[in-house]
Design a protein around this ligand. Structure first.
Ligand code: FMN
Length: 180
């Protein structure tokens, strides 16, 4: 059987963001498992102006749709901005529809309280996009899993949490592939 494709989506795009460190860590843990092709998908690499914004070049939309369409499941790297997800992630989610449908996802979030409020907002959006988000949710603290809020140094227990999350994402991604 062909390996599943799991896209690790970096939800933040600002200069100085920490999401690439978190995404690279999840990819390393995924690659160690060897149960899927884990790929970092960085919203900042795509030209995605605000959806429908007049006079803006939205040529990145085609590549974005292709990148999402290729995946069987996702891990969202979610950072809390004003108790929700970033505008960049919401905009990128809005850009495509069918490409998200009938796939599974896990959420890895961070913030002062583990990014929990942002993660719960994302779950509501994923429901509308027919993305099956799993229960296990690694929640990273800006105080204890980062040094000075900037250098990512996750506590050991977070490794188990990511693996338990992927233990749920992979079977659901496998099952949902059969109905697409
Ligand atoms: C606009 C903005 C709003 C934020 N709001 C919250 C918040 O509501 N709760 C929280 O825990 N952290 C909040 N933070 C802190 C971010 O979670 C923290 O800076 C994190 O590193 C941002 O992710 P990034 O570095 O990948 O951009 C906010 C940061 C920004 C830039």
């Amino acid at each position: 059987m062909e390996k599943l494709n799991i896209g690790i989506i970096l939800g933040s795009t600002r200069e100085g963001r920490v999401s690439p460190q978190v995404g690279a860590w999840v990819k390393e843990l995924g690659d160690k498992r060897g149960d899927a092709n884990y790929t970092i998908i960085d919203i900042a690499d795509y030209n995605l102006p605000l959806l429908g914004e007049p006079g803006k070049d939205a040529s990145g939309a085609v590549a974005w749709a292709e990148a999402i369409g290729k995946q069987d499941g996702f891990v969202f790297i979610v950072q809390e901005y004003n108790h929700s997800i970033t505008g960049a992630l919401k905009n990128a989610l809005d850009y495509v529809r069918d490409e998200w449908n009938n796939k599974s996802a896990g959420i890895v979030s961070y913030g002062s309280v583990g990014g929990a409020r942002a993660a719960e907002h994302l779950r509501g959006i994923l429901g509308e996009l027919l993305v099956a988000d799993v229960r296990v949710h690694p929640a990273l603290s800006l105080f204890t899993d980062f040094e000075n809020g900037t250098t990512f140094k996750p506590k050991d227990v977070q490794v188990d949490s990511v693996n338990q999350m992927l233990d749920q994402v992979i079977p659901w991604a496998t099952a949902l592939k059969t109905i697409r």
